[in-house]
Design a protein around this ligand. Structure first.
Ligand code: C5P
Ligand code: C5P
Length: 459
């Protein structure tokens, strides 16, 4: 049918609805997706309500209302169409806007999904934005939130940032005036809020000897090697965003030299950043990646609606609550990283794994897995298992790998889905990041069974 036709059909279906329920996922991309779509639908004068779920699975299907509204599933649904069928949802009651691997079912639910068209770097929020723009051109102000979703789902490539249809979305935001693209910038996190020396020392991709994990080394490099004054803003530390283009060039040059003399490649040193000039300086809303972390914090602490209200402009009580969740989120992620690295993982031939029991919430183990991988053996995908607080019968599984292993043929979605289904559970996701729920009774031997599938992939 063609991707543009799918966008068009889905937008027509939504415009014709009398009322809509948006069902979305609780991570940054899911929250951004809901905020984009809900605003676009409300602007048409259509009644719209939203439901967030941690995943579409048998236990969360009860949150989908039994009413006559059009059910728009976004950032989920494609891989769980069997559940929609089992629920008895008819073709004309459902729309799916997704970027996950789709499942074959008998009911031909209307779906827009860039994956079959090769748009692997377009998140659900990006797809929802394209539908919203098709609903009305006026909606290009929502491009900014779609970019947060794209960046939150790690869709930006090193060097060139967002590509393909996601690039067009950034350009819409630039035209609208609420996005600035900073190219050839430093590949680091926290450019708007972290004191510069902490920003450099927390950055471990690439690992710069003497700087990574060493704030005083970073301070010395900035002040003495580069001759840059760190304390400028009302006696406060400067942040990366405060630097002039020349100061940035000097620092990137010195970091490149350090890498070079350690025999390390420098190509991962640079990245593209998306700044939001309409947001207050020194806040996490000022750039796409810190904004996405704030949304993840809201979702993972089960308050996705606060994240959504921040996306829709709440800078009062909701924003303050989001700031508290963000601080809490960062602390728990740090604790989980320390736990994983101190406890150590079990290495099999094609997998490394760890069961964290009930020490950390199921909603953050995926993030922890991704972050831990950058400090472990990157060639082996990581799998973290944990218990679910509200379901003693189930185990949550999260897996992460990296772009290089995907290029070499690794597919976590396929591996985890197959192993989870054989264990009486279900899973899905992407080649690079996948998740599953399995019965507790299937815990023993599960890692070995995923390992066997991964071994076959690599052969
Ligand atoms: O459900 P969903 O697609 O939104 O989740 C995507 C997950 O995959 C996120 O946690 C994201 O960080 C992770 N991911 C990743 N690396 C990529 C793409 C996605 O870790 N290149
Ligand atoms: O939960 P986690 O962040 O590890 O999920 C990684 C990816 O796997 C996400 O894209 C998520 O939507 C997907 N997933 C899935 N089915 C599950 C669990 C996770 O499709 N049962």
């Amino acid at each position: 049918m063609g991707f543009a036709n799918e966008v068009s059909e889905v937008s027509e279906k939504i415009k014709d609805a009398e009322s809509v329920t948006v069902i979305s996922h609780i991570d940054a991309d899911g929250i951004a997706s809901e905020a984009v779509l809900r605003q676009a639908i409300a602007r048409c004068g259509i009644d719209v309500t939203s439901v967030f779920v941690r995943q579409l699975e048998p236990i969360t299907m009860k949150y989908i209302p039994d009413n006559s509204s059009l059910k728009v599933f976004i950032d989920l649904g494609a891989g769980q169409q069997n559940l929609l069928e089992e629920r008895g949802l008819r073709e004309n009651e459902v729309v799916i806007i997704d970027h996950h691997v789709s499942q074959d079912v008998d009911t031909p639910y209307l779906q827009v999904n860039g994956l079959p068209y090769g748009y692997e770097k377009l998140s659900a929020a990006g797809t929802g934005y394209l539908v919203s723009k098709q609903i009305d051109d006026y909606n290009t102000d929502l491009a900014k939130i779609a970019v947060v979703g794209n960046v939150g789902d790690m869709m930006a490539r090193e060097h060139c940032g967002l590509v393909g249809p996601a690039r067009g979305i950034v350009e819409d935001g630039v035209e609208c005036g609420n996005i600035e693209i900073v190219t050839d910038d430093l590949n680091c996190y926290g450019i708007s809020t972290r004191p510069l020396h902490y920003c450099l020392s927390f950055s471990d991709d690439p690992f710069v000897p003497g700087i990574t994990n060493n704030p005083s080394g970073a301070q010395d490099l900035i002040e003495n090697d580069a001759g840059i004054d760190l304390k400028k803003r009302n006696g406060k530390w400067r942040v990366w965003e405060d630097l002039s283009p020349e100061e940035k060039r000097t620092l990137i040059g010195i970091l490149a030299l350090r890498l070079h003399s350690a025999g390390e490649p420098t190509k991962r040193l640079k990245a593209e950043h998306y700044i939001f000039p309409d947001e207050m300086k020194y806040t996490p809303l000022r750039n796409a990646s810190e904004y996405a972390t704030m949304l993840n914090a809201c979702g993972r602490w089960v308050k996705p609606k606060i994240g959504s209200s921040v996306c829709c402009g709440d800078r009062g009580e909701g924003y303050r609550e989001a700031e508290v969740m963000l601080r809490h989120h960062r602390t728990v992620i740090r604790e989980m990283m320390e736990y994983i690295l101190e406890t150590g993982v079990t290495e099999l031939s094609a997998l490394q794994y760890l069961h964290v029991g009930d020490r950390f919430p199921d909603t953050i183990v995926g993030i922890g897995a991704g972050m831990a991988l950058s400090k472990l053996n990157w060639k082996l995908p990581i799998m973290i298992l944990c218990y679910l607080p509200d379901d003693p019968e189930l185990i949550k599984v999260s897996m992460r790998t990296n772009e290089r292993m995907v290029q070499a043929g690794m597919d976590l979605q396929a591996a985890l889905m197959k192993a989870a289904e054989a264990a009486g559970g279900g899973g899905g996701g992407h080649k690079i990041a996948a998740g599953a729920y399995i019965p507790r009774s299937a815990e023993e031997g599960f890692a070995e069974s995923v390992n066997r599938i991964l071994e076959k992939q690599s052969s």
